[in-house]
Write a protein that binds this ligand. Structure first.
Ligand code: ADP
Length: 233
């Protein structure tokens, strides 16, 4: 099933075109890598798909419903209930412990304190950092912080996880470990992942890859061959 459909997305920042007509389907449960050189429009595409940015033209549909024309209020509620986001720097709250950080989205959604903490501990365990539950980010390594941010992005059990260069701030080995965990957990929970990266190595963890060049999808790259293979055309 297609969970996200983008049709003819166009987006500029003033005179700078970032997206110049992107049409893309994301299938439920797949890990889709969006690759391409820096500045080609990857982040802008991810922000449009996640309802953070509105495209200037084109449409975004999520679970069969058009969302780009929704108000900011409706889109922000959708982001809280159905989407998770993970950025290059985990953006953890430095004054809170790992468990408190992970519990935060649940507390904001009205879950009781005890239940939220139990879920946070379970997710920290799932991503392999149960041992840092009561430490603050400043006491944790970069990899531990990013795993904690991953747990926080997944604790609400989103249908789609949007990850923008999630290992960009980590060394190679740590980055691969975090990514391996992300892929394993996403597959286990049937979570759809849209993973933006300029590192070809990172894209290797995805089920499918599309490449952007100057705001358009590269129609000549391996991405198209892979799509054809996947759909048996
Ligand atoms: P990528 O994620 O592939 O590096 P971006 O989507 O961040 O690409 O950027 C695409 C283009 O839009 C680039 O030319 C970039 O300089 C420009 N751009 C991105 N964000 C802004 C912004 N907030 N203001 C002005 N230009 C921007």
């Amino acid at each position: 099933m297609t969970i996200i459909q983008a049709r003819g997305l166009v987006r500029s920042y003033g005179p700078t075109p970032a997206l110049r007509g992107i049409t893309l389907d994301v299938e439920e449960g797949e890990i889709l890598a969006v690759t391409g050189p820096s500045g080609c429009g990857k982040s802008t595409l991810l922000h449009c798909l996640a309802g953070i940015l509105r495209p200037d033209a084109g449409e975004v549909h999520y679970a069969g419903r058009r969302i780009d024309t929704d108000s900011e209020k409706v889109r922000s509620r959708l982001r809280r209930t159905d989407f998770g986001v993970l950025f290059q720097f985990g953006q953890l709250v430095m004054e809170l412990t790992a468990a408190e950080n992970v519990a935060l989205p649940l507390l904001l959604a009205g879950t009781g304190r005890r239940e939220a903490r139990a879920a946070a501990l379970a997710w920290l365990d799932r991503v392999g950092v149960a041992d840092v539950a009561d430490q603050q980010p400043g006491e944790m390594s970069g990899g531990q912080q990013q795993r904690c941010a991953l747990a926080r992005a997944l604790v609400t059990e989103p249908r789609v996880l949007f990850a923008d260069e999630p290992t960009g701030a980590l060394d190679t080995l740590t980055g691969e470990q975090v990514l391996g965990q992300l892929v394993r957990v996403a597959h286990e929970h049937h979570t759809t992942v849209v993973l933006v990266t300029h590192e070809p190595r990172v894209a290797g963890y995805a089920d499918r890859e599309v490449t952007l060049r100057d705001g358009v999808l590269d129609q000549t790259g391996p991405a198209i061959a892979a799509q054809h293979g996947r759909h048996g055309r």
